[in-house]
Design a protein around this ligand. Structure first.
Ligand code: GRF
Length: 207
């Protein structure tokens, strides 16, 4: 099928969101194809899964590079070598610089395990439980230079239940992540959701 957007998924570990994206993109009418999986950790379990699925899988070990810029240059080169259109971060545990984000602006997505703008950063489930919130969830957003701050493409809400631990809550959120990420990727790949840059980066919004 022609016209499907060639998508790279960036991972650092088990890659369950990547697996959900791969599964969804197998549908012939899905507007994205998962053409590449990249991990900054050579031991990421997700790389094995990608290989088993016949998807090109590349490890770019960030520890082998002198600094963030040279790591990102290598990443950018691999993405371009594979004619990648869209980049979906899925449990990718490296902060991407403003320079890299600018190169891929509007084509760079991330999934975050909270209802952004609440709980940017790490330990979202622990912090939600500590606050005693009754609702938690996950967000797919366009990446901008500011961490976890880009325009929102999709969100899913889950209840926080009595007796929840960070683990039980994370598992409930993860199930929702696997539902919304393929839908959000489809929205971007089909052109239904776009990053609106008409008013400059500070005014970015998903449309
Ligand atoms: C997910 O909860 C994702 O939102 C967060 O890290 C986790 C990655 O899980 N950023 P997986 O590697 O996709 O299984």
């Amino acid at each position: 099928m022609t016209g499907r957007r060639r998508t790279a998924v960036l991972i650092s570990g088990r890659g369950s969101n990547m697996q959900a994206l791969v599964a969804a993109a197998k549908a012939p009418d899905h507007p994205a194809e998962i053409a590449l999986v990249v991990s900054n950790r050579p031991d990421a379990a997700g790389l094995d899964y990608a290989c088993e699925q016949g998807i090109e899988a590349v490890a770019i070990d960030h520890k082998a590079f002198a600094d963030r810029n040279s790591f990102e240059d290598a990443l950018d080169t691999v993405l371009r070598e594979h004619d990648i259109d869209l980049v979906a971060c899925a449990g990718f545990m490296r902060i991407l610089s403003a320079t890299f984000v600018e190169k891929w602006l509007g084509r760079l997505l991330n999934i975050h395990p909270s209802l952004l703008p609440a709980y940017r950063g790490l330990d979202t489930h622990e912090r939600a439980l500590a606050d005693g919130v009754t609702e938690h969830g996950c967000t797919v957003h366009f990446m901008v230079a500011e961490l976890d701050a880009g325009p929102i493409i999709a969100q899913a809400r889950v209840p926080v239940l009595a007796g929840d631990t960070a683990e039980t809550l994370a598992a409930r959120v993860l199930k929702a992540e696997h539902e919304i990420y393929p839908q959000a990727l489809a929205s971007v790949a089909s052109g239904a959701a776009k990053l609106d840059q008409t008013d400059g980066l500070s005014e970015c919004r998903a449309i």
